[in-house]
Design a protein around this ligand. Sequence first.
Ligand code: ADP
Ligand code: MG
Length: 342
Amino acid sequence: MPIQILPPQLANQIAAGEVVERPASVVKELVENALDAGAHQIDIEIEKGGARLIRIRDDGCGIAQHELTLALSRHATSKISSLDDLEQIVSLGFRGEALASISSVARLSLTSRPQTQDTAWQASAEGREMQVQLKPAAHPVGSTVEVLDLFFNTPARRKFLRTEKTEFFHIDELIKRLALSRFDVGWTLSHNGQVLRRLKPATDQDRQLQRVATLCGRRFGDSACWIENQHQGLRLWGWLLPPAAIERQSNCQYSYVNGRMMRDKLLNHAIRQAYGDLLTQEQQPAFVLFLELPASEVDVNVHPAKHEVRFHQARLVHDFVSSALENALRQLAPESLTQSAA
Ligand code: ADP
Ligand code: MG
């Protein structure tokens, strides 16, 4: 076969393989866009586990009519413009691939209106060349992205979709994680026409804890202890359960780095180390923790789906987290700690 440049749709479908694994990954990308757009309210509608419909509406800054076509193109982003920017990312997105990828494996439409426009416009891209169609639409300031029939044109992918219930479970779990990352944002999540979660913006610590309790369970909410610690430009805050309150099967483990949800090995290790002997084999640490550090201290461009980060000073971060938590736990259960140390 001669060497040839792949048509845009195929190139995008290949790229989609990295980030669009299932409906929940689409939801993640779209919600992160809404958060990057400065939304205060995000409404998520799902039908049939997301395989039929994912609709996400925000009241963020919107996209100007003349930029809609670009927004759907690959490698098009408003979030970085140089390598320097890449070294200190403050937005959740920066790869400029999500909308192009998703629209190559589903029927996507993007309706948007910025403050500066009287009317909204709707864009969608179709076919091998991913030609963008534009038409006027009605929409308040902000954006709605609608994704229909995910993987309709990539049957191999579609085959890997699990039951509606399982796919929705993943979406719900994701929304929990995201809603914990932004207490200042209001959220609704509905499935097949039924609103299942409605979270008002939580502005003070009491309301934040209420949200934590709603999402992590009453038990976590009732026993969680607030922690806050700062050291050399690092800040750790959030809630954790004292060992005595941890049940066998509890699995409330939420950690964030600069507002980005993470499943980070280094953090998990630091947290586990802080609990040390206070937990039995069956018990797992339970926490909602936020680590904040200068953006230049973390590399988020490690994984296409951005589940991992790399810390420039990994040792420092690890030891800060584990000693901050150890101190907090010692104050919560001084006796058990001295016992385990003896
Ligand atoms: P990235 O988020 O990496 O920049 P995306 O493909 O997700 O790439 O989005 C492309 C661009 O479209 C974004 O940089 C942003 O300018 C714009 N955009 C996407 N979604 C929204 C939204 N909900 N509100 C405002 N702008 C958006
Ligand atoms: Mg994005």
